[in-house]
Ligand binder design. Structure first.
Ligand code: FAD
Length: 512
């Protein structure tokens, strides 16, 4: 007999992993081996516009996990399976082969994944041999437990000494007995390597692959160091762009919180011309570190006081983690947002332009420097600064008047931190169609935004080499003559005209 933990793309870690901890406890109780399983599903990756970068990141993390689990004599078996509709029966046949009595997994809230898991439960029930347990793990507070206004309702959960404690760390798994290596079926699972790549999702360009791997090292240790770098060390402007974020003295702790990244976060988080945020999103999206661990670490800094004020760096950062929970709650409670529908149905009829300018936007050739810097950052690093995401997204929707769903898809295809809930939330915010949208008549002026988020111009100069030698305000809005001279495109649209068009179309969806 055995107990099986099924790891998925959003919980790639051993520490503080609830389903894994429960599976381990069950295996200990029943005195049977714990086995772990990961199923690659290329069809799902196509359906969800998964980037090759994200799949590469998944593989690299699984390689770390496999070797860490081996120290505990726990095998990680990986398999690639399609069609995706056959995954439930494939899992059941594996469970039968392994004579499993229990299956544990953390819940994924996306609709297709929920349907798949229900299917697994039904098949297991029919077979009558395997008990399935799916638990909440991704969010600090499980979806459904918090209502609007979100933050006010979310915070007391952290402060309360209620049971279960939402921040409690799940115990690490216990080792299997060494005899598992001799077992005729389980012993062989150790010999199945994590694949080097998944067909159709490889980063073909070697330079690009190296660049992405430099920016985003894999493994729980790296995620912890990234957290520590954010909480204890000084922000370094030299770290803007493509560098190993853990090199260059990044780990040297600062004595005072005045200079740490988190200490400066309240004021500096909206600046893209310095490296001031945590860059933990790829690790949080893939579950390489738990959100609980992030909050627990901030409690140490704030003297065990739950701080979510606007006034401190810690407070602002905790709020960002709350946003992550918020968008996952929206996805779980309103599945239509993952079906390409606007949350506010009245905007379903807004008339979009044809996607004539879509390619120029994707490639960062719109002629608006801050938008181009943002898009090229995404292309180069697989990641984008939050405020830059907002500006680039709003420009696509309100200035180019292109359907936000095309932008949402492009972000998933290019970002390493692509997360359906947060990405959809961000896009619906920018398109003014979401739960908590910017009102449709508040349209960013990209040139004014540029001065705010890139006051030095270093962000644009780094990512838009055509403008590398431009100084002063010209960097934000080069004249036509300067642009022509430098081989930089002129703006695709006039912001004022585009703004008026967006206002008309949003005011009268369906008729304008
Ligand atoms: P920090 O500022 O250090 O924040 C810490 C963590 O809080 C982040 O890692 C992230 O997990 C969470 N967080 C911060 N801001 C938000 C937010 N607005 N919404 C949800 N969670 C947040 N984030 C993703 O993780 N995946 C996405 O696919 C994604 N797509 C986005 C698309 C658009 C159009 C917009 C406007 C935002 C999107 N975000 C997405 C949110 C946000 O931009 C990133 O989480 C953030 O830039 C990551 O950088 P960081 O880790 O340094 O963030």
């Amino acid at each position: 007999e055995s107990v099986v933990y099924w790891m998925r793309m959003q919980d790639l870690r051993i520490n503080d992993n609830r389903a894994l901890a429960l599976a381990s406890a069950q295996a200990q109780k029943d005195n049977v081996p714990l086995l772990t399983l990961f199923v690659f599903s290329p069809q799902d990756y196509i359906a969800h516009d998964r980037s090759a970068r994200r799949i590469d990141f998944t593989i690299r993390n699984l390689q770390h996990i496999k070797s860490s689990l081996e120290h505990l004599q726990i095998p990680l078996y990986t398999t690639t399976h399609s069609p995706r509709t056959a995954i439930p029966s494939h899992i059941l046949s594996l469970l039968n082969e392994w004579n499993a009595t229990h299956l544990f997994a953390n819940i994924e809230y996306e609709l297709d994944e929920l349907r798949r898991d229900i299917n697994v439960c039904e098949l297991a029930k029919k077979g009558g041999k395997v008990a399935c347990t799916f638990v909440h793990d991704k969010c600090i507070i499980p979806p459904g437990d918090v209502y609007s206004p979100f933050l006010r309702a979310w915070l007391p959960h952290l402060a309360s000494k209620s049971h279960p404690d939402p921040l409690e760390c799940a115990p690490s798994p216990e080792a299997n007995g060494k005899s598992i290596y001799q077992h005729p079926v389980f012993g062989k699972l150790f010999n199945v390597p994590v694949p080097e790549e998944i067909e159709g999702f490889t980063i073909n360009d070697i330079v690009e692959k190296e660049r992405i791997r430099t920016c985003w090292g894999a493994g729980e240790l790296v995620a912890k160091e990234m957290l520590s770098r954010f909480l204890h060390s000084k922000a370094r402007t030299s770290q803007l762009g493509v560098v190993d974020p853990l090199a260059d003295g990044a780990k040297v702790p600062e004595k005072s919180t005045k200079n740490t990244r988190i200490g400066r976060y309240k004021d500096a988080r909206d600046k893209a011309d310095a490296d001031t945020t945590s860059r933990l999103s790829p690790y949080l999206a893939a579950g390489v570190i738990s959100a609980r661990e992030c909050i627990r670490a901030t409690l140490e800094i704030s003297g065990n006081k739950v701080d979510a004020s606007h006034e401190t760096g810690v407070g602002r950062w905790v709020q960002e983690i709350a946003w992550r929970d918020f968008y996952t709650h929206v996805l779980a409670l309103f599945p239509r947002v993952s079906m390409g529908r606007p949350f506010q149905e009245k905007f379903a009829e807004v008339r979009w332009e044809t996607d004539e300018h879509l390619q120029a936007w994707k490639e960062g050739h719109t002629g608006v420097p801050i938008v181009d810097a943002a898009m090229r950052q995404a292309h180069t690093m697989g990641w984008m600064h939050n405020r830059a995401r907002m500006i680039a997204a709003m420009f696509l929707v309100k200035d180019l008047m292109i359907d936000w769903r095309l932008g949402e898809r492009h972000f998933m295809e290019v970002l390493i931190d692509g997360d359906l809930a947060s990405n959809n939330g961000g896009w619906q915010w920018s398109a003014s169609t979401g739960v908590d949208p910017v009102p449709y008549f508040r349209i960013f002026n990209p040139y004014l935004q540029s001065k705010k988020i890139d006051p030095t111009g270093d962000y644009i100069r780094y990512f838009v080499p055509e403008l590398a030698n431009v100084r002063g305000d010209d960097i934000h809005k080069p004249s036509a003559a300067l642009a022509d001279k430098l081989g930089y495109p002129r703006p695709l649209v006039s912001h004022e005209e585009a703004r008026n068009r967006a206002l008309r179309r949003y005011k009268n969806p369906g008729t304008e």
